[in-house]
Design a protein around this ligand. Structure first.
Ligand code: NDP
Length: 510
């Protein structure tokens, strides 16, 4: 099997000559083939062509990776927190040094426009590792004021081996969201990137080696969910699974994890309500609403996929919003002028397109898009035009996660109805409000059923701010101190420093 992509020869990437990346599994600090020799084709979503083949991990490979992690754990537990932090900071520096290569790989593999990969995905990945590098030696326990004579202190200890399952929509960034807190807290990791988009994560594996992490602390096993992913979920020696993906697979993972009662953190789907009130700054809201749904072709769990408009400004808003949607430049993700690339896989593109039909079947209106672009240069890629439909709050397009450049418009007449529409969902991840009324903003932020709420903005993330949802959007949090808590076990230690304890079982002769 070809273990390297040579970009110079194969991809004519004039600005990135001679870039190499390993395509094998990364286990115990080495790149190795899959035991059964299986491979998976990795496709370029902009033209459907094969970029390369990667080794396909199966259950046996996961078992080997778990053993490598297990062997690495004792020494990693003895590594000082400051040293763990130093390694993470070094990794952040290496990511910045390799910005162009990582951005290129991410765009090639996922279809993210390179302008976003360069200014968002790669810098955010470095920032996330840096944040958790800084936190590593600040993970403190506490002392509890218990009764006289006793000292009670609480330790936060690593869980041990954690399994991390990464989806295909933001593979690079999610790698840092998961590895950063796990490693800072002293865990060892087996990670499965999506087999659709493994390349940037495999590059991170190389940088992990270069940064000097001990062998076996991080193991990367790209492979299919039903084999490698399933084995991680039911593996008896993995203490926690962190999963990002669909609600149904999240449910399967919870079931599979019950054997050893492993901890599970789930970051699942969303149907974000983005509410525009009549007093909003319309220009800002139009722009923010477009970013909320069209960034990364709408393939984001926090996407503002329900646009909830006050009836008095809806027509005026939609005129501008539709014009903006129609003006978005679709194109080759590697072209710096491209604002929207293809969806990441053909199957997913077809699913997104099917929702335009579903909207019509239930009496909705397609205001723009709902089809592939009529452009010969894009015909082999998985493109969908920015799509805006209008529907009712109970319709499928207002209830189900489409996960594409597809937004459903709903109108409301007063605040009560806006809140009722916003909370008419089984999900609860991202949400947004556009208003200049301070009281209303805070009141909605409190009442809205969501893990995150943006006021007069949408889709802000920071490594310090907890990310996650409620309801069918999952549980547990990524990023911030919340993530550190999620990657540690709590131990309560009691010390008798001065207590005179009467005997519990008094005998006459004692
Ligand atoms: P899945 O939830 O099936 O896949 C996400 C990840 O889980 C992939 O790495 C996948 O591997 C893996 N996986 C699949 N089955 C198992 C299993 N039994 N045990 C362990 N891991 C498993 O999502 P899809 O990619 O099929 O996308 C479907 C929908 O899910 C999207 O349309 C979107 O609505 C939602 N989604 C949400 C994401 C988010 O950010 N919250 C991210 C991705 C999807 P494999 O690819 O081999 O199946």
């Amino acid at each position: 099997m070809n273990t390297h992509i040579n970009f110079k020869e194969n991809l004519a990437a004039e600005n990135i000559a001679g870039m190499n990346i390993n395509t094998q599994l990364f286990i115990n600090g080495k790149f190795v083939p899959a035991i059964n020799g299986g491979t998976i084709d990795v496709l370029n979503p902009a033209n459907g062509q094969i970029i390369t083949k990667i080794a396909a991990a199966e259950a046996e490979d996961v078992d080997v990776a778990v053993i490598a992690a297990q062997n690495a754990l004792p020494k990693w537990l003895e590594t000082s927190a400051a040293e763990r932090g130093r390694l993470l900071l070094k990794l952040a520096d290496l990511i910045e040094e390799n910005l162009e290569e990582l951005a290129y790989l991410e765009s090639l593999d996922t279809g993210h426009p390179i302008r976003d990969s360069r200014r968002l995905d790669v810098p955010r990945t470095a920032a996330c590792f840096r944040y958790f590098g800084g936190i590593a030696d600040k993970i403190e326990g506490s002392v509890v004021p218990v009764e006289q004579g006793f000292l009670n202190y609480v330790l936060r200890e690593p869980i041990g081996i954690v399994g991390q399952i990464v989806p295909w929509n933001f593979p690079l960034m999610f790698t840092s969201w998961k590895l950063g807190p796990a490693l800072a807290a002293g865990n060892v990791v087996v990670m499965k990137p999506s087999e659709i988009t493994p390349l940037s994560t495999l590059k991170i594996a190389e940088l992990i080696k270069q940064a000097g992490f001990p062998d076996g602390v991080v193991n990367i096993v790209p492979g299919y969910g039903h084999t490698a992913g399933q084995r991680m979920a039911d593996h008896p020696d993995i203490g926690k699974i962190s999963f990002t993906g669909s609600t149904q697979t999240g449910r399967n993972i919870v079931n599979a994890s019950s054997g050893n009662l492993k901890r599970v953190q789930l970051e699942l789907g969303g149907k974000g309500a983005n509410i525009v009130f009549e007093d909003a700054n319309i220009e800002a809201a139009v722009n923010g609403a477009a970013w909320a749904i069209f960034h990364n072709q709408g393939q984001a769990c926090i996407a503002g996929s329900r646009l909830v408009l006050h009836e008095s400004i809806a027509d005026q808003f939609l005129e501008k919003f539709i014009d903006l949607a129609k003006s978005i430049r679709l194109g080759d993700p590697l072209d710096p002028d491209t604002e929207m690339g293809p969806l990441t896989s053909q199957a997913h593109r077809d699913k997104v397109l099917s929702y335009a039909k579903i909207a019509l079947e239930q009496g909705g209106k397609v205001l723009t898009g709902g089809i592939v672009p009529n452009d010969d240069s894009l015909k082999h890629g998985y493109y969908v035009l920015p799509t805006i439909v209008e529907a009712k709050s109970d319709d499928r397009v207002a209830q189900e996660e489409v996960f594409g450049p597809f937004v459903t418009v709903l109108r409301f007449k007063d605040d009560k109805e806006a809140l009722q529409i916003a909370n008419n969902t089984e999900y609860g991840l991202g949400s947004g409000l556009w208003t200049n009324n301070l009281q209303r903003a805070h009141s909605f932020a409190k009442k809205i059923k969501a893990g995150m709420c943006w006021i007069n903005s949408y889709k802000r993330v920071s490594p310090g701010s907890p990310f996650g949802g409620v309801g069918k959007s999952g549980y547990g949090r990524e990023m911030g101190f919340e993530a550190i808590h999620d990657y540690t076990e709590v131990k309560s230690v009691w010390v008798n420093v001065d207590a005179q304890i009467p005997p519990h079982f008094k005998r006459d002769d004692s």
